[in-house]
Write a protein that binds this ligand. Structure first.
Ligand SMILES: Cc1ncc(COP(=O)(O)O)c(C=O)c1O
Length: 324
């Protein structure tokens, strides 16, 4: 296990109760605000990057290459940390941006070198090419995989699990489940592993935002295997892929209407790519009775508000003006 990490995120993040939803659904629903970890670095990624960038220093790298969608929160957080620590940062971003906004804008402003590739180009091959080119220029680059979801970054959520254990004690409650969005697997893997190590009865439930549950289960197993080969039983991995909807980064009108409803009811905004889909999944599963034996339910808000593109903002504006 890695012991060393940066201390850059605002931790511990608070756990807040959602009063209206709790009373409507007859449950105690709480949100852990990992969207409060920072501004430029906000969301779940900085917990992972605290370990990854420490690893960069400890191993003498001077350049970072990483990847994600054109809207990637991980890429933006990586750009911010590289700026702060004077590391050269290369972001391989896949997809088209209709306009220059959100994380693409922020990453550029933070000084990252952007390598935009088409949807059918391999991110890994592009990173490999870049790696060799930078090596030939005398640089010492580290490739950070998508979402920093590998054995290094996942330490961030093993750590977050311990933080939750301590907060439970202070709050004098025990969460029956911890629920989270799954986009590249590291956040879920860290929470699941923490739960496993501590032998807790809490269920760790993931809501997939793009790939299938079996694909993510394999990814989580792979990450855990790289951390601790003594774990052999993975039966309690619980990833639900029923709320992906139209696919990664796509939102239906029904989904957007749900995010508006929650915003106006609880004063909390979920993003349309990760937390919104996962939280909608959680509420839908509670309504279907699949959390009937649970009282205290924790959802982790992993950030991502920069993911509201002009297109989704306009659709929401239209929706709200039709309400009046
Ligand atoms: C805002 C947000 N929430 C959740 C996730 C999912 O976390 P992970 O990639 O560790 O599965 C991501 C990234 O993929 C994200 O950017």
């Amino acid at each position: 296990m890695l012991q060393r990490k940066l201390n850059i995120a605002n931790l511990n993040t608070p756990i807040q109760k959602l009063d209206q939803l709790s009373s409507t659904l007859g449950k105690q629903i709480y949100v852990k605000r990992d969207d409060y970890t920072g501004a430029e670095i906000s969301g779940n990624k900085v917990r992972k990057l605290e370990y990854t960038i420490q690893y960069v220093f400890d191993n003498g790298y001077d350049t970072v290459i990483t990847t994600g969608a054109i809207t990637s929160n991980h890429a933006r957080a990586t750009a911010a940390l590289c700026a702060k620590y004077n590391l050269e940062c290369h972001l391989v971003l896949r997809g088209d941006a209709a306009i220059f906004e959100g994380n693409l804008f922020l990453g550029t402003m933070l000084g990252a070198k952007i390598h935009q590739i088409s949807a059918d180009t391999s991110r890994e091959d592009t990173m490999d090419e870049l790696y060799h080119q930078l090596k030939s220029e005398g640089k010492h680059p580290l490739i950070i995989p998508v979402g920093a979801s590998d054995w290094i970054g996942t330490h961030g959520y093993i750590n977050a699990y311990e933080e939750i254990l301590k907060q439970q004690q202070t709050m004098n409650i025990h969460f029956d489940s911890i629920n989270v969005a799954v986009g590249s697997g590291g956040t879920y893997a860290g929470l699941w592993y923490g739960n496993n190590v501590h032998n807790e009865q809490t269920k760790v439930i993931g809501y997939a935002v793009d790939q299938s549950a079996p694909a993510f289960t394999d990814k989580v197993k792979e990450i855990i295997h790289d951390i601790d080969k003594s774990v052999t039983s993975f039966d309690s991995i619980n990833i639900n892929d029923h709320y992906i909807g139209l696919g990664y980064g796509q939102a239906t009108d029904e989904e957007l209407a749900f995010y508006v409803e929650i915003a106006q009811q609880e004063g909390i905004i979920f993003d349309p790519t990760y937390t919104g889909k996962a939280f909608r999944g959680l509420i839908s599963e509670i309504k279907q009775g699949n959390y009937n034996n649970q009282e205290h339910i924790l959802f982790i808000h992993t950030g991502g508000l920069q993911g509201y593109t002009e297109e989704t903002r306009q659709r929401i504006q239209h929706m709200i003006s039709n309400q009046d």
